[in-house]
Design a protein around this ligand. Structure first.
Ligand code: ZN
Length: 234
C-alpha cells in the first residue's frame, strides 16, 4: 500500500494521527504533496517527520513562501502573518530540506504536483469543470494527484466526480485531490489523506486532537482565526 499526504501546515496533532493510521494499515511508501509548513504551530517537528518518513516530497506554495521563493503579496493577511512567523521559527536544516524540493514528480504511473499539472509554479486552485478539462491536456499519466485547495475530490477525464474512492479503469484518467492533513476546508474538520492499493484509490478521513492544535496556535501568538477554522473545517 502507498499513502499520500498533503497540506500538513505545521499541524503536528493531525500529522501524528495520520501517521498512526498509516502504520496500522501497513503502508510501505509515503508520498507528500507539499505545504508541510504554514498556519500551524509545529513547523520543525512536521518537517522532521516528513523528512524521516516520506519517500517522495514536493513543495507547496507555503513552503516556497517561507523560503521567499514565491510572491506572498497575493496571500491573505492571516496567511502572510503565519508565513512570517514560520520564517522566524524554522531551523536552518529544515529550511534546506524545503529548499531542495521540486514542484512536480513522476512516481510509478502517477504524477504528483501540489497545485496544477499545467503550471505548478502559478499555484492555481482547481475547482471548475473547465479547469479540470484543461488540466487533463497537461499530463499523460493515468492519475495525477494534487492538493492545494484542501478540498478532496476525484474527477475522471469525462469529468465524472466520484465519492471517497475509485477503482482506476485502464480506459480512464483521473485527477485526485487528496485533501489536507492539517487544515481541511470542505466543512469536514477530520484530517484527510489517500491510499493506493492495487487499482483502488481511497480518500480517508480521521478525527484527531483539534483542541491541542488550537491551543498551540493561540500560545504561539498566531491569528485566532487559524485556531477557529480547524474546528469548522473551513
Ligand atoms: Zn495548503
Amino acid at each position: 500500500m502507498i499513502a499520500l499526504i498533503s497540506d500538513i501546515h505545521s499541524n503536528l496533532e493531525a500529522l501524528n494521527r495520520v501517521m498512526e493510521e498509516i502504520d496500522r494499515l501497513g503502508v510501505e511508501r509515503i508520498w507528500c504533496l507539499g505545504d508541510v509548513v504554514g498556519y500551524g504551530a509545529d513547523p520543525n517537528r512536521c518537517c522532521e517527520i516528513v523528512r524521516e518518513r516520506c519517500e517522495l516530497v514536493i513543495a507547496g506554495n507555503h513552503d516556497w513562501a517561507v523560503l521567499d521563493k514565491t510572491d506572498i503579496t497575493y496571500f491573505n493577511p492571516v496567511a502572510k502573518e503565519a508565513v512570517l512567523w514560520t520564517r522566524r521559527e524554522l531551523s536552518g536544516e529544515n529550511r534546506e530540506f524545503l529548499d531542495r524540493l521540486g514542484l512536480k514528480l513522476k512516481a510509478d504511473q502517477y504524477l504528483l504536483v501540489h497545485s496544477s499539472p499545467s503550471r505548478p509554479e502559478e499555484w492555481l486552485y482547481l475547482f471548475e469543470r473547465e479547469q479540470f478539462e484543461e488540466e487533463f491536456q497537461a499530463f499523460g499519466e493515468p492519475v495525477c494527484f494534487i492538493g492545494h485547495s484542501h478540498v478532496p475530490v476525484i474527477v475522471d477525464d469525462e469529468l465524472k466526480i466520484y465519492g471517497t474512492g475509485v477503482n482506476v479503469e485502464p480506459n480512464h484518467r483521473y485527477i485526485i485531490n487528496i485533501g489536507s492533513v492539517g487544515q481541511p476546508r470542505d466543512g469536514d474538520p477530520r484530517a484527510s489523506f489517500a491510499t493506493i492499493e492495487g487499482d483502488r484509490i481511497e480518500i480517508r478521513r480521521l478525527e484527531y486532537d483539534i483542541e491541542t492544535a488550537q491551543e498551540k496556535i493561540r500560545k504561539a501568538g498566531l491569528p485566532e482565526f487559524l485556531a477557529e477554522r480547524l474546528a469548522a473545517g473551513r
